[in-house]
Design a protein around this ligand. Sequence first.
Ligand code: AMP
Length: 328
Amino acid sequence: MEAFEKAASAILSASRIVISTHMNPDGDALGSMLALTHALRTLGKEVTPLNVDGVPEILKWLPGAELVETLTERRDFDLGIVVDAGALDRIGKSLLPIFEAVPLLMDIDHHVTEGLVFGQLQVLDQTAAATAELIYELILNLEIQSQSTLVTPEIASCLMVGLMTDTGSFRYSNVTPKVFSLASELQEEGAEVAKIAEAVYENVSFASLKLLGKALDSLQRSEDGRVVWASVSAQDFAEFGGTDAETEGIVSQVRAVSGAEIGMLFREIPGRKVRVSIRARQGANANAIAKVFDGGGHILASGCSLEMPLQRAVDAVVTEAIRQIALS
Ligand code: AMP
């Protein structure tokens, strides 16, 4: 509780605020960042929302998406806020100097990895299903401290997107009674659930379905079937003109294979590293695998990046996953 109050008063004392979140932003990252942007603008703050990769096509309809910039020349911020990032370097190399230069840095996240916490102020809670949960509580604190009304239908919609996507539409084990209470409050505040669900889930690009086809074609599993994985190569991305963001969600289908305890998706990002998404079924630990490769996340959903050719990355991570699963 104290963390929210401290964060709210730091925000109220600031005037020029820069906000960012992790690269390849998902619904919770952008929903959280934009909800906070709207609230802070209502409070009269100058807010610059940044994301190194911008807003993916599928989330361009989010209220305020057009405000997001990929870079800024400004350096006169008095507060930096990083939401949902997992680690500071996940905001991207080009944005790091901006956040390293701010006099006060705040880390708001439901990913809490030892050694990766940063800034002078933190609002961290790994029991929260989504960073959106923390942002809502922070906005309520801002309302109390500033004695103003901040939650609008736009903010409610942004937060609902975060909550909906990070809980797999209220299906994952991170769903608590609090999640349903929050969803109910957000709907009361004007979030249109059916419209949001359609925009998020029934808005698939042609390229993303083609990439899903490639990934499924590459599907493999360990001898005992407890580890299942798929990959999308740089060549696949080039062939269909798809982006990394368009492969979001494939990994849940990999984990859905009967008998799979660990599901993994390897993506060879042109000009970048091999990005690995790791998902575990209850009882297995995705985070322990990610950590071996300097990644992070939570027990059921983690990720890491490897700087090596695709096949070598697959071999390394699959071997580790099979080793860990055999011990569990
Ligand atoms: P993803 O598979 O990209 O959806 O990521 C799953 C979870 O792992 C998210 O909570 C991310 O924050 C976290 N994660 C992914 N990649 C990394 C990384 N390289 N370092 C730290 N955390 C990561």
